[in-house]
Design a protein around this ligand. Structure first.
Ligand code: NAP
Length: 285
């Protein structure tokens, strides 16, 4: 499709942004359906968010994805936010309407896509989530939707964790949240049947990093499900280490595709070609 003044603009904002495969999968979906859109990566620094919104309004950007570290900070710029995205203070999809920007969170359904297929007694599984940023909070809702009775969240900032726990307790989630400082991680690993990395530790270009030390890796039980939200590299060092330990590993690829497919449908009103999006991602990673 020829790019003209009528071509509608979509994109993704983040910092860093070079790791993102969203431009690959979204532009492939656009090309497959022969739509007059283009999807671009925008490096937006934390302090430049306001300027970015002004710019997007001026050029009538139709919609965009939001990635690390902006998922919470975009909310004050939005006219309307879906309830769950508001509760967890994490928006990953924004679109322009006549009254202004609207936002939602499609990471939750993206995460659930990988897990709904596994037949597990989720009620009796207590996930251990590392990190409590936008992705971690979406995954917390996802685990609650799976039916987990309790979720353990580990972070390096207890103040932020407490604020999230208080917020969570104000809403009618059936799931209990327990919070722990990163220093207590080693004690939590042996009892965990599902460990989820929702930090950027190990993400490209820092591919030699892992959220767990070698000693902590050795505490992972066989057949533990170890999930990493990161999809570049795939698998991360963390997943490779966990696999050697006998864990069942899952990376963030399906989450990326599924959250992106819902976003595509919001922006274009067309059904997303999921298999083609997945193949385009696999050929690039
Ligand atoms: P975010 O909002 O910036 O949150 C990052 C979280 O990681 C925060 O809780 C942060 O703690 C913690 N953290 C960062 N560095 C740490 C360290 N060295 N030690 C301990 N904790 C650390 O980012 P996000 O949007 O949640 O993204 C997190 C990762 O998930 C990224 O790699 C992102 O690409 C990935 N992700 C993937 C998908 C997908 O579709 N597959 C979707 C969402 C996210 P503080 O709060 O203390 O800073």
């Amino acid at each position: 499709m020829l790019i003209t003044e009528k071509t509608q603009l979509l994109g993704i904002i983040g910092n860093p942004i070079q790791h993102s495969l969203s431009p690959v999968i979204q532009n492939q979906a656009i090309a497959t359906l022969n739509l007059d859109y283009i999807y671009l990566p925008f490096l937006v620094k934390e302090d430049d968010l306001s300027k970015a919104f002004d710019c997007f309004k001026a050029i009538k950007l139709r919609g965009f994805n939001v990635t690390i570290p902006h998922k919470k900070n975009v909310i004050p710029f939005l006219k309307k936010v879906t309830e769950t995205a508001e509760i967890i203070e994490a928006v990953n999809v924004v679109w322009l309407t006549e009254e202004g920007w609207h936002g939602t969170n499609t990471d939750i359904d993206g995460f659930l896509a990988s897990f709904k297929k596994l037949s597990k007694d989720w009620h009796n599984i207590t996930p251990l989530i590392l990190g409590n940023g936008g992705g971690g909070r979406a995954v917390t809702v996802g685990c609650s939707k799976l039916g987990c009775r309790e979720i353990k969240i580990v972070g390096r900032n207890l103040y932020k964790l407490r604020a999230f726990q208080e917020r969570w307790n104000n809403y009618s989630f059936a799931t209990k949240i327990s919070i722990y400082h990163w220093d207590n991680l080693s004690e939590l690993i042996p009892d965990s049947e599902l460990i989820i990395n929702a930090t950027p530790i190990g993400m490209s270009p820092h591919i030699k990093n892992s959220p767990l030390t070698d000693l902590q890796i050795s505490l992972i039980k066989q057949n533990t499900i170890v999930y990493d939200l990161i999809y570049t590299p795939s698998p991360t060092l963390f997943l490779q280490q966990a696999q050697k330990q006998g864990a069942i590993i899952i990376d963030g690829s399906e989450m990326l595709i599924q959250q992106g497919a819902i976003a595509f449908e919001i922006w274009t009103g067309k059904s997303a070609p999921i298999d083609i999006m997945l193949n385009s991602m696999l050929s690039k990673s």
